[in-house]
Design a protein around this ligand. Structure first.
Ligand SMILES: NC(=O)c1ccc[n+]([C@@H]2O[C@H](COP(=O)([O-])OP(=O)(O)OC[C@H]3O[C@@H](n4cnc5c(N)ncnc54)[C@H](OP(=O)(O)O)[C@@H]3O)[C@@H](O)[C@H]2O)c1
Length: 219
């Protein structure tokens, strides 16, 4: 599958490593330009590209950049993506530590709904509560009792299936966490955030989440 990855840090870098290893055709972009990605490209076989090129022809695009940088993404980013492209949002809102105050999120909009509005495209929320290192260290075959599960939220059922199948290929189970309006259940500080558990534990944690944003994550 043709996959574009925007962001080559902890999450974007490790997804580049695993997805190329599985044989996918990966393009990867960061803020400084393709010439700064030669090391990752040599290591993985991914193609370093500009952000503008990252989604071209892609069936899946991963947005793995700090939330505060999302409004800087170019408009029309997905115009030349494959029809029905699934856009994965790995982002989290950390107002005090990193992102600054985003009023719409403080007023109750889910983080991924805000991201959708910025990029002008629906997203599938996945990997946001997964330790980047676990993408390399924790894959397990289907049926392995140690296999961990990741929550996946989104409104586009076809795109959600594409993402869930890809996560399965990466070595993880998934749990359908509902639509983007429900995706507060997997935001930072919820029971499922950072949880290394199987399908049952993840399902229970999603059910136990509270929509209340803790003070430490407000600005
Ligand atoms: N770290 C984790 O374990 C983890 C786990 C789950 C989710 N997340 C979430 O995933 C997101 C990314 O986290 P991270 O830890 O991977 O970040 P990171 O290591 O700081 O990497 C950020 C990447 O985004 C790129 N970037 C920044 N602004 C950009 C722009 N305007 N256009 C294109 N690329 C841009 C950076 O490129 P340059 O280096 O060229 O600036 C860098 O490659 C965050 O929202 C984070 O909360 C992180």
């Amino acid at each position: 599958m043709k996959i574009g990855i925007i962001g080559a840090g902890n999450i974007g870098g490790n997804l580049t490593r695993r997805l190329t290893a599985l044989g996918h055709e990966v393009s990867v972009a960061n803020s400084r330009g393709p010439h700064t990605l030669t090391e990752l490209a040599e290591e993985t076989g991914a193609t370093p590209v500009t952000v503008e090129e990252a989604a071209r022809g892609a069936a899946v695009v991963v947005v793995a950049i700090p939330l505060k940088a999302v409004p800087d993404l170019p408009s029309g980013l997905f115009d030349e993506a494959a029809e029905g492209v699934a856009v994965i949002d790995t982002g989290n809102y950390y107002p005090k530590q990193r992102d600054g105050r985003i009023a719409a999120i403080e007023d109750g909009l889910t983080e991924s709904r805000w991201t959708e509005q910025q990029i002008g495209h629906p997203v599938i929320k996945a990997f946001n509560g997964t330790y980047a290192q676990d993408i390399l260290d924790k894959p397990r075959p289907k049926g392995d009792p140690e296999r961990i599960a990741l929550p996946v939220a989104g409104d586009d059922e076809a795109a959600k299936k594409v993402v869930r199948d890809l996560i399965d290929e990466l070595g993880f189970d998934t749990v359908d966490a509902g639509g983007i309006d429900e995706s507060w259940r997997q935001q930072p500080d919820t029971p499922v955030y950072g949880l290394r558990g199987g399908v049952e534990a993840v399902t229970k944690a999603l059910a136990e989440a509270s929509p209340e944003r803790p003070e430490a994550l407000r600005a």
